[in-house]
Design a protein around this ligand. Structure first.
Ligand SMILES: Nc1ccn([C@@H]2O[C@H](COP(=O)(O)OP(=O)(O)OP(=O)(O)O)[C@@H](O)[C@H]2O)c(=O)n1
Ligand SMILES: C[C@](O)(CO)[C@H](O)COP(=O)(O)O
Length: 230
């Protein structure tokens, strides 16, 4: 497809504890699994799609991908995916972010090829506070200021595979855990370019997120799938 081979790596091996409906990647929204939606959005833009699954589970028949067994953490699942491809550029994307615009895939891929590492992200629009103990959710401890310069990180995150693999292996050797892959690059001192993400790229984490996804799906499916691709 491209001179530089690009692989989409989809960590989908989570247990979906906060959603409470079993392995989350298999949960359906408007008749299509979260994993199926994420894979279908990436497939037109890459040379191959790899998915990390929970041990003992198989890919649904409608997911055009190669499967590996994931690990106990997201980080371990991504490392298993990285070791299963030799593509020069990889796009790591959560199965749990099913509404992925093609323009974001393109922008992250371009930035990853230019600077080696990039992530979709959005500027934080809310006031952020740190909670202390007390009450249902804790009491307000303090406002994090200034808000300027704070971004909420999404996926896809794009990398030169050799850079991300080295960062993962260093983290594994040191017992270091990060919540995303861009964080592992930053730990090595590498630059990560922020690329504008999209509000619809929210992560389906809680029952409230699933309700939002169900509300968005008819519009998304009408606009995206009927138009021939993400
Ligand atoms: N051991 C793990 C844990 C998570 N993931 C994947 O990483 C993405 C982001 O994780 P998250 O939304 O936290 O999913 P879960 O770990 O399943 O959720 P929870 O923490 O509520 O159990 C998901 O696509 C999930 O399947 C994974 O591949 N392997
Ligand atoms: C990778 C990620 O989606 C970027 O926002 C996020 O860090 C995943 O977090 P989780 O702890 O797996 O929910």
């Amino acid at each position: 497809m491209t001179a530089v081979r690009v692989a989409a790596l989809i960590p989908a091996a989570g247990s979906g504890t906060r959603l409470g409906l079993g392995p989350k990647a298999f949960v359906e929204v408007a008749g299509r699994s979260l994993l199926g939606r994420s894979a279908a959005a990436l497939a037109p833009h890459v040379d191959e799609v790899l998915v990390a699954l929970p041990a003992g589970l198989d890919l649904p028949g409608d997911v055009p991908a190669r499967a590996v067994t994931g690990g106990d953490t997201r980080q371990a699942s991504v490392l298993a995916l990285l070791r299963a491809t030799d593509a020069e550029v990889v796009l790591v994307h959560d199965a749990a972010r099913p509404f992925l615009p093609g323009a974001v895939v393109g922008a992250v891929t371009t930035a990853a090829r230019e600077v080696g590492a990039a992530t979709a992200a959005l500027p934080v629009a809310d006031t952020l506070v740190r909670a202390g103990p007390g009450g249902d959710c804790g009491t307000l401890w303090g406002t994090l200021t200034p808000r300027e310069g704070l971004w909420a990180v999404q996926t896809p995150q794009g990398f030169r595979r050799d850079l991300l693999l080295a960062a993962h292996e260093a983290a594994l050797a040191d017992g270091f855990a990060a919540t995303d892959d861009a964080g592992l690059i930053a730990r090595t001192g590498g630059a990560v370019r922020l690329v504008p993400g999209d509000a619809r790229l929210f992560k389906v984490t809680t029952p409230g997120d699933l309700a939002l996804a169900q509300a968005l799906a008819p519009t998304w499916d009408g606009q995206v799938w009927d138009a021939g691709g993400a």
